[in-house]
Design a protein around this ligand. Structure first.
Ligand code: ARG
Length: 558
């Protein structure tokens, strides 16, 4: 709010549009440099004056009741705001909108399809899939907060030659009891064993191919096995989704497109885009990229064929304004190829097809691999996190009600936040210890801050009123400015597909609020107590809503 107002006021002094000014406004590095800075460097050329002189002249001219003081510091115009005005407008905004605070209508009437999570059947839900799930879920919430409607799709990996291998392995070494006991672990064991054995005896691979062919031909036994593996996996995945509070509009896996690829291949043929290359059928994509493989020499379809079918289906069915694919950056080439093929097919909406890549979670600096069995199972990480949270509660608050629910919210929050605070593109090292640290820059730290706020409100007998209770304390200014930035952060995090912006913002807000809390006695029976409680309440609203947008719960007590 204050940034917009400031930009609006500055239009009277500059020959720039409000939006341009808004883009230029900066947050000063030090608080004694004011509340907002306007850099004059870009004006120098047009005005044929040094930035220093421009800044000096501007600061002498600018006058407005909204500003307490305007001073230049080098080429910057530093503006000191009227704390009372900022305070009133910000708190009023939060109090009147509550959890709707920060919502916008920029996306009204637009639909975004989000392809995320998308784990593979009969394999563990890896930490890599966790990233897609957590980032995709948060992006969905951010889009909705900005007024978009979303269609959330889980494109599970439920088709491909690996199922042939799994079936072959099952036929030789499968044990139904063990599978029922711990399906994914057992199926993974079969898969890993298959690869070990196939190293010694490559003819095993032929057997795998045979089984997959049976599956493709609709053979009853193969289909039954496939369905069984799929159902077992979904039960386990759903357990994780429940725990994470993640849901989908559709589970449309790769197999969903089995009967939809023929049409795409025909279309490619008709348009004369398919070329033969060493028996396979490909679409050439020029010098920049290797050709996109559409059909293998035996006529089998590929990952790219299915993704082509999926995007065309989604466009037709959901009429998206954009379709985002939250998938690791190791698949960048794949998505580039698919996009180029859509473009070649003449679909002018190809720019609406967006790959949102993210980095790896490393183990000892290396990528985790399912095949070697060297994966960290998300299930176990979550269990561990919840158990540590439970122990913490036993120590700190043994009489807490709903201990189990709280332990889940805190443990899961720790894991989620640890992921979301890193910019998605950065690789980061998997460290159970870091993830579960309940102090420092963590989810539980934010949750603690929220719970502390709730107990303050209770202790001070806070009662809600929309009207802003006057407060003349400039101690609150730093926190207030952060609160006022929340709507911008929500918009930018969505636009940049970057939940870490919001995660970092929440850390700043919590830190700033906690230093206020340590500096000022909020409940002191003075005439400011009600105003301070209202202010505290507003911080709580923003923290809770911010956490919600990251997919993290905020328990009232912990
Ligand atoms: N199942 C794939 C994997 O684990 C990810 C699928 C991503 N979505 C897509 N439409 N390709 O690598």
């Amino acid at each position: 709010m204050y940034l917009e107002n400031t930009a609006e006021i500055l239009t009277q002094y500059l020959s720039l549009e409000k939006e341009q000014i808004l883009q230029l406004l900066e947050r000063p590095k030090y608080t004694n440099y004011g509340d907002v800075s306007f850099p004059c460097f870009t004006l120098a050329k047009e005005l044929r004056k040094s930035p220093l002189i421009i800044a000096k002249e501007l600061s002498e001219r600018i006058q407005h009741p909204y500003f307490r003081e305007v001073r230049n510091e080098g080429g910057y115009v530093n503006i000191y705001l009227q704390p009372g005005l900022i305070y009133n407008e910000t708190i009023l905004d939060v109090m009147s909108k509550q959890e709707k605070y920060g919502s916008s209508t920029v996306g009204e009437g637009k639909t975004v399809v989000i392809d995320f999570s998308s784990p593979n059947i009969a394999k563990p839900f890896s930490m890599g899939h966790l990233r897609s799930t957590v980032i995709g879920n948060s992006l969905g919430l951010l889009y909705e907060k900005n007024g978009y409607s979303t269609t959330k799709i889980n494109y599970i990996g439920d088709w491909g030659t690996q199922f042939g291998k799994l079936m072959a392995a099952y036929e030789w070494w499968g044990n139904d009891e063990a599978i029922k006991e711990d399906p994914i672990r057992e199926l993974l064991r079969l898969y890993v064993d298959f690869h070990e054995e196939a190293k010694e005896d490559p003819t095993l691979n032929d057997k795998g191919r045979e089984w997959f062919k049976r599956l493709e031909d609709g053979d009853e036994k193969a289909s039954k096995l496939w369905k069984w593996f799929r159902d077992l996996s979904l039960v386990e995945f759903n357990r994780i989704y429940d725990l994470l509070g993640v849901s989908f509009d559709y589970i449309q896996g790769e197999s969903f497109y089995n009967d939809k690829m023929g049409k795409v291949v025909d279309e490619l043929k008709e348009q004369k885009l398919l070329e033969e290359s060493e028996g396979a059928h490909v679409v050439s994509l020029g010098d920049e990229m290797p050709p996109c493989l559409i059909l293998k020499s035996d006529g089998a379809t590929l990952y790219a064929t299915r993704d082509l079918a999926s995007v065309l289906y989604r466009k037709k069915e959901y009429k998206f304004d954009s379709a985002i694919y939250v998938v690791g950056q190791e698949q960048t080439l794949h998505f580039k190829q698919v996009k180029s093929v859509i473009k070649k097919m003449g679909y002018d909406w190809c720019e609406q097809f967006l790959h949102i890549p993210f980095g790896l979670i490393l183990k000892d600096g290396k990528k985790m691999s399912t095949r070697k069995g060297k994966v960290v199972l998300l299930n176990e990480v979550l269990k561990e996190a919840i158990s540590i949270a439970r122990k913490n509660i036993e120590v700190k608050n043994p009489t807490l009600m709903n201990k189990e629910v709280t332990a889940e919210q805190v443990g899961v929050g720790a894991v989620l936040f640890h992921d979301l605070k890193h910019h998605r593109i950065h690789d980061f090292e998997f460290s159970l210890e870091d993830m579960l640290a309940f102090e420092g820059e963590t989810g539980p730290y934010l949750q603690y801050t929220f719970a502390r706020i709730q107990s303050l409100l209770e202790k001070g007998k806070f009662t809600f009123s929309k009207e802003v209770i006057p407060s003349d304390e400039s101690d609150q200014l730093e926190v207030t400015k952060l609160i006022a930035r929340f709507p911008l952060i929500v918009e930018k995090a969505c636009e940049d597909h970057d939940p870490s912006l919001l995660a970092r913002f929440l850390l700043d807000l919590a830190k700033e609020f906690n230093s206020y809390y340590h500096a000022v006695k909020i409940i002191d029976q003075s005439s400011f107590q009600t105003a301070r409680l209202q202010f505290t309440y507003a911080v709580g609203v923003v923290l809770k809503e911010g956490l919600r947008l990251l997919g993290i719960g905020a328990p009232k007590r912990m």
